[in-house]
Write a protein that binds this ligand. Structure first.
Ligand code: EPZ
Length: 420
């Protein structure tokens, strides 16, 4: 069993290069199975467990994938299976992205029902309802979802909630449905736009990605193409917050600042210096104790991202005054609160709002990651806690961060990964 050890107190100096977006490459990998002609070459692919697991599932379906450093070559022309029912499927929510593409390709799909996780029950009703509107019928038995269609037909679909995954699944299926599809009240995240650009370069006809209405004109076939994944805005925000917490002066490179507006605004509101430079964003801070308390409410993009909620709290534990952080996206994304309290944080929950009073200091403790962002948040707190912090369940961190420990070490943190 591995754990991450941090001795708090070191400032962070230098620069860090952000990798390709986890939440972009996962749907893009799923979309690549729609290419019945030619190969796709995808650049800036991060080295993450979630990516490895999705590649394993897609290869099982008969897709040939070659990896060279951060470049993937994907050849789906010989794909010959429609049953994504390996054990790892139910553990990887992103495998749900395969549902639309497999049905679009074969008219039939079998997929293990993805499980819930620490942050919520993670229902899939919006995915299924949207695909049913496109002409799919489903049955669910013993944890396996079977979908069948006589042919996907365009439809007008309104999403009850701007679900990122459902928007992506429906955009992929509609790309090769007959006729026009209008998707309303959809998610507007940058990863949706990246996926739409990839699909359009494959021959799809998608407009409106990045707004709350997406229109798709179905085409008979899609072909492989070349794509570079957008930078990971959540990874970038995590390092910016780490500087806010530990103090220092760091240039975060390969960042699209426009994708991080709410995070930059909240860092500045906390009194942190944030400078948008030509090749990245520079963050200068005197650490958590120099931060002012702030109020945050997580919202669908372009609001403050739920994936940055835990990290922001991790930065504010010794800030001046009071902070209120409300989580509106996931019903249980607060398991890290208990872990912060082990470190001496003065933090309580009132409904879905965290009420945090900055304390004079926090102490190193043995804590456990409950999801990948909570894991990053505990490391962030450990950067300025007095003494040693031991973070367990590091497998969560490996799902979404490529080289987090190495990068923080190169910036000056006293951090290492050890066998327990
Ligand atoms: C994506 O998850 C991201 N994952 C999540 O990032 C991110 O937190 C989330 O979007 C919100 O931004 C990937 O892109 C791989 P949703 P997804 O569907 O698509 C409810 C991380 O840390 N909902 O937008 O699963 C759902 O319960 C991960 O990188 C339904 O009710 O999120 C939740 O309350 C964590 N029915 C809300 O919508 C559905 O059919 C948002 O979920 C689908 C979702």
């Amino acid at each position: 069993m591995e754990e991450i050890l941090i001795n708090g107190g070191n400032r962070l100096e230098g620069k860090v290069l952000i990798k390709g977006s986890k939440n972009s490459i996962l749907p893009i990998l799923a979309a690549s199975i729609l290419a019945t002609d030619g190969k796709s070459i995808i650049y800036d692919v991060p080295n993450l467990k979630d990516v490895d697991n999705l590649i394993e599932i897609i290869e099982y379906l008969g897709v040939k994938i070659e990896r060279k450093d951060n470049m993937l070559t994907v050849d789906a022309t010989q794909m010959d299976r429609y049953d994504a029912t390996l054990d790892c499927v139910s553990e990887l929510r992103a495998s749900l992205f395969l549902l639309g593409p497999i049905i679009a390709r074969f008219g039939f799909a079998e997929i293990s029902q993805p499980g819930g996780c620490a942050i919520g029950i993670r229902p899939i009703d919006l995915h299924l309802k949207g695909l049913e509107a496109l002409g799919v019928t489903f049955e669910k038995t013993h944890g396996v979802i079977r979908g069948r269609t006589e042919g996907l037909k365009g439809a007008k679909i309104y999403l009850d909630f701007p679900s990122v995954g459902a928007t992506e699944n429906l955009m992929m299926a509609a790309s090769v449905a007959e006729g026009q599809t209008i998707l309303e009240n959809v998610a507007e995240e940058p990863e949706i736009v990246d996926l739409a650009n990839y699909l359009n370069n494959m021959g799809a006809k998608i407009t409106g990605a990045g707004t709350n209405v997406i229109k798709v004109y179905g085409v008979p076939k899609l072909k492989g193409n070349v794509h570079t994944v957008i930078p990971d805005r959540i990874e970038a925000g995590t390092y910016m917050i780490a500087v806010g917490a530990a103090g220092g002066n760091v240039l975060v490179e390969n960042v699209i600042a426009d994708h991080l507006k709410p995070v930059l605004a909240k860092l500045r509101e906390a009194g942190i210096t944030v400078i948008e430079e030509f090749d990245g964003v520079r963050v200068i801070s005197d650490g958590s104790k120099a931060c002012k308390g702030i109020n945050i409410k997580t919202m669908p993009y372009p609001g403050f991202p739920t994936d940055m909620q835990a990290q922001m709290l991790g930065m504010l534990l010794c800030s001046e005054g009071r902070s209120y952080v409300t989580e509106t996206i996931f019903e249980r994304r607060f398991q890290h609160i208990e872990e912060f309290r082990k470190m001496g944080a003065d933090i309580i929950m009132v409904g879905n709002t965290v009420d945090l009073t900055g304390t004079d200091r926090i102490y190193g403790a043995t804590v456990f990651a409950t999801d990948l962002r909570a894991g990053a948040a505990l490391i962030i707190a450990g950067l300025y806690a007095e003494g040693e912090t031991r973070v367990g369940n590091v497998h969560f961190i490996d799902r979404g961060y490529d080289g987090l420990v190495e990068n923080l070490k190169s910036l000056g943190a006293d951090i290492k990964r050890v066998q327990k």
